[in-house]
Design a binder for this molecule. Structure first.
Ligand SMILES: [Zn+2]
Length: 133
């Protein structure tokens, strides 16, 4: 048997490469490069730890548990992308709009700047609150 076939055989029933593993392999690369240039020994150790974790997950036979971890990672990544896009939007509009959170339902409310103290009505729960714009 060729090595590739033997490896494929050995890998069957194991988790293999998933999104989290792909992310971790990228992270390891970045950490190693930074540690190379910055001489931060700690980063090297962290990179090593991430690599061990990545291989542990790839070769793990507990596929359902690994699947769960991967889903959590995907959720986290999705949420941070949403959060990041929101921050980007706020930054782009910071001169024309103020952003407030409704004290009741945490709904985000956008109001134009430069109107002094105003009473804002939450579009979702109709709570009124006063803010300076
Ligand atoms: Zn509200």
């Amino acid at each position: 048997m060729k090595f590739r076939d033997r490896f494929a055989n050995w890998m069957s029933g194991r988790n293999g490469m998933d999104e989290l593993a792909r992310f971790e392999s990228g992270l390891v690369l970045v950490l190693l490069i930074i540690s190379l240039f910055s001489r931060l020994g700690l980063l090297y150790i962290v990179a090593l730890a991430v690599m061990i974790h990545m291989y542990y997950r790839m070769f793990s036979r507990n596929v359902s548990k690994r699947y769960e971890e991967n889903q959590k990672f995907l959720n986290l990544r999705y949420n941070s992308t949403v959060e990041w896009n929101k921050k980007k939007k706020h930054f782009a509009q910071r001169k024309t709009y103020c952003f407030f959170k409704c004290p009741q339902c945490k709904q985000e409310v956008r109001v134009p700047r430069g109107h002094g103290k105003i009473c804002i009505t939450c579009p979702r729960c109709r709570t009124e609150f006063i803010k300076r714009t």
